[in-house]
Structures are given as C-alpha cells and as structure tokens.
Design a protein around this ligand. Structure first.
Ligand code: GDP
Ligand code: IMO
Ligand code: MG
Length: 426
C-alpha cells in the first residue's frame, strides 16, 4: 500500500484537512511532520465541523493511528485541550501517538513570538503568535526542550532553568516585559507530563513498522510551499519545512519510502499575514473571493488576502515538492464570477518571469500577466460526478492541469466529504 504526502501547494489553507480526511478513510496511519498549532485544518462531516490544529486529520476514523512526528513543535496545553474537545464530541483521541523527539512550545516562546512581532512594527510577519518561530529557534540553537524531557523531571528542570535565564534576560532587558517564573512553569509542565505519558513513543519506528507491514500511510503537511522556511517567500514564512522533503526528516523515514506527493491547490489563492503576493486583489473581486470563499483564519480568525490562481507559483510548487498529482479545492467559489483569471507569468523591474523569482525585491514588484477564462455562473456544489460540471468549469480545470504539468485527480466543490469529484486521467 502506498505512502503519500499531502501538502499545501500555496500559502496554506488550501483544504489540506478536507483532502486528508477523505483519503484517511482507507488509511491506517496519518502523520503530521512539521509545524504546530499554527495550523488550522477544517473537516466537515455532515453538519459537524472540526477544526484541528495539531492532531492529524485522520483522527476522526477509529481505524486510523494519528501520529505527531519529531518535526513538529508541541504546545502540550493545546494538545491536551484538542484531545479533550475531541473526546467531548465522541471521538477517541487515545490512539494519538507523539514523538518524544518533538520539541516543546514553552510559555516564553509564546510571549517572545508576540513581543518580537510588536518590536518588528511595520516589518512584522503576522505570525499566529503561537510561539512557533521561537520554539524552532531554540531547537536549532540547541536550547530546545523535547517532549521526552518531560519524563525526566531533573533534566527538565535543568534545561528549563538554563533556557529561562536567557529568555528572562531577553524579556526584561530587550522587550521590557516581566520575567516568567520557573517554578510555575515546571509545575504546569509536570501535570502535562502525567497526562501525556501514554501517548509518547518512538514514532519513527512506528511508521517504519507500518511501512514494512504495507500499511496505507498519509503524511499530512501543515502551512504550504510558499511558507516553507527554505523555499517560501522568506522572511514572510513559517519556521519549518512544509515541502515534501520535510516529511522524510520530520518523521524519520527515508525519502525513498514516499510513493506519492499530492499537492492541495485552491482554485484561486489566499495568504494570511504579511509578505509579497503577486496576484493579490485589492478590489471588489478580492472582497468577493474572501466573502464567498469564507476566507477567515481557522486559528486566528484573521481575514485572508485573496487573489486569482497563480500558475507561476503552482509550477514552482510542482517542482520543489515533486508533486505527482493535484487535488483542486473550492472550485465552487468561482461559480459566482463571470470571468476568471490565471496568472501565467510576471513582469518585474522591466523583466519577464515565467519561473517563480527567488529574489525578494523582484517578487515584491511582480505584476502578473493574466489569461482570462469564461465563468460558468451556475451552482456546482451539488454536482455528483466530474462529468456533470459545466464545460467552462472543466476547461478551467484542464487548463490548470496543463499549466501545472501533473494530473488533477480530485476536484472539491464544497467543504463536505460528499462534495468531492473524482477526475479520470485525460
Ligand atoms: P487547511 O488549513 O489547508 O486544512 O484549510 P482550512 O481548513 O484552513 O481552510 C479551508 C476552508 O475551506 C475550510 O473552511 C474548509 O471547510 C473549506 N473547504 C474545503 N474545501 C472546500 C471546497 O471545495 N469548497 C468550499 N466552498 N469550501 C471548502
Ligand atoms: P494551515 O496548516 C496559513 C502564516 C502566518 C504568518 C506565517 C508565520 O492551516 O494551512 P507562524 O505562526 O507559523 O510563525 O506564522 O505563516 N501561517 C499560516 N497561514 N495557513 C496556515 O496553516 C499557517 N500557519 C502559519 O499567518 O504569515
Ligand atoms: Mg488552515
């Protein structure tokens, strides 16, 4: 059985939760490999809506083992709350496994995330303020505290004291904040340790054993390609690697164990937070995309910036991830437009670009070249087969496939599981 990565091909919020949940019906294991509770993945099951931030989207199926890999950063308070919420809604979270090598988000990470953003002023990234960046900073500077440390109180206390000495100096002397109390953090985290102990394991081994058994495994990305710390629009990115390579590292498997890489692509594009966005619409059409598409953040409630589909960025996502197929979402949102555009190239600083520019200055000045497509102006959210879609909609999908150069096998026309159409290879 295959192992597939499902990842965001744009700036996040493409509908990864919906697509992962759908594919999880026949999966045995679903693994998150990076990010933390900056993610907000929505799943709609009949009239129920679930918003998951840390727990993999496969959790709704009792047959799936949900795994949080070493590449993630974990706020234990949020993880336990998410488990409690699921429990209260009749979903059993006891199967959730967490890597002992994942790093912990500590209270000083959350605090620093907020004050650094304030300090940056106009240059702010618009983070989710969940402590993600500061937690990864500590991981890479080797100041990090890992999940496994929770179970050795002496070591935990030592690491906490070393980190806190440095963080409190930063908080008080650089950012003019009150210091945090080590005793209080220690006590709080020891309670989390008790509650989490049965979930912690060597998840790399668990996934390897599943691969050896021939299980069907999904690796669920958070955020998206253009938010990748290496391949995204740096510095307006997240602090991890949502791109496909991140899955091997963030789980602890060889890259040769990945069979498919499914890119989730919204039929238009959105971005939350600051940073360059070539096809952003500042007009009424942009407002319509936001309102019709319900483009408000799952985690922060922030209004997402919206624009037409960017095929330059899409081809880039195909390349840096090695996408083998695309799941196209929210096609129904475009039913309301007489004409729909796709950007196929940019002009910036007097030059024409057909490949995604690597230079920040170039990217900021990009003016998209659009091709225009006729809209279909009928509701497609009730369509039951791909063939039922209006010709204009099918032409739009065909064109995206042609521009991307990889097959579009799934087309989503609504938030619910049933609003998903299988598209046969052309
Ligand atoms: P994720 O972070 O990639 O999982 O995406 P989000 O959950 O943050 O945002 C996607 C939003 O679009 C959610 O509210 C979904 O319920 C919704 N959604 C997903 N697919 C479709 C679709 O095909 N049509 C419509 N109208 N909404 C969708
Ligand atoms: P899902 O998984 C969209 C954005 C933030 C900010 C930048 C850095 O739901 O697609 P961070 O808190 O990660 O340090 O913020 O990344 N961002 C997301 N945007 N979807 C997400 O997740 C995001 N997670 C982070 O808005 O611009
Ligand atoms: Mg989201």
């Amino acid at each position: 059985m295959p192992a597939s990565v499902i990842l965001g091909a744009q700036w996040g919020d493409e509908g990864k939760g919906k697509i992962t949940d759908l594919l999880a019906e026949t999966a045995d294991v679903v693994v998150r490999y990076q990010g933390g509770n900056n993610a907000g993945h929505t799943i709609v099951v009949e009239d129920e809506r679930f918003a998951l931030s840390l727990i993999p989207s496969g959790v709704l199926y009792p047959t799936v083992t949900p795994v949080i890999g070493n590449g993630c950063v974990i706020d234990p308070k949020v993880l336990l709350e998410e488990m409690a919420t699921l429990r209260s809604r009749g979903i059993d979270p006891s199967r959730v496994l967490v890597s002992g090598n994942a790093h912990l988000i500590m209270p000083y990470h959350r605090k620093l995330d907020a004050v650094i953003e304030r300090y940056l002023g106009e240059a702010m990234i618009g983070t989710t303020k969940r402590g993600i960046g500061p937690a990864y900073m500590d991981k890479y500077s080797r100041f990090g505290i890992r999940v496994q440390d929770l179970f050795d109180p002496k070591i935990f206390r030592k690491k906490l004291d070393v980190a806190l000495k440095d963080k409190n100096r930063q908080l008080t002397k650089v950012y003019n904040q009150l210091p945090l109390d080590g005793e209080q953090i220690f006590d709080e985290y020891m309670v989390y340790a008790d509650q989490l102990t049965e979930h912690i394991t060597d998840t790399s081994l668990v996934v390897w054993e599943a691969l050896e058994r021939g299980d069907n495994i999904l690796f669920e990305g958070a955020q998206g390609t253009l938010l990748d710390i290496d391949h995204g629009t740096y510095p307006f990115v997240t602090s991890s690697n949502p791109t496909a390579g991140g899955a091997a590292v963030g789980i602890g498997i060889g890259p040769n164990r990945i069979d498919h890489v499914i890119g989730v692509v919204k039929a238009y594009i959105s971005r939350v937070g600051t940073g360059p966005f070539p096809t952003e619409l500042h007009d009424e059409t942009g407002d319509q995309l936001i309102e019709i598409g319900g483009e408000y953040g799952v985690v922060t409630g922030r209004r997402r910036r919206c624009g037409w589909l960017d095929a330059v960025a899409l081809r880039y996502a195909v390349r840096v991830n090695g996408l083998t197929e695309i799941a196209l979402t929210k096609l129904d949102v475009l039913s309301h437009f007489d004409s729909i555009k796709i950007a196929t190239a940019y002009t910036s600083l007097g030059e024409r670009y057909t490949e995604f520019p690597r230079q920040q200055r170039v990217l900021y000045n990009c003016v998209p070249h659009y091709e225009e497509h006729e809209g279909w102006n009928v509701d497609i959210s009730e369509a039951s087969t791909y063939e039922d879609l209006p010709e204009q909609a099918k032409r739009y999908v065909d064109r995206i496939e042609e521009l991307a150069g990889v097959p579009i096998r799934t087309v989503s026309v609504g938030p619910a599981r049933a609003a998903t159409l299988e598209r046969k290879p052309t």
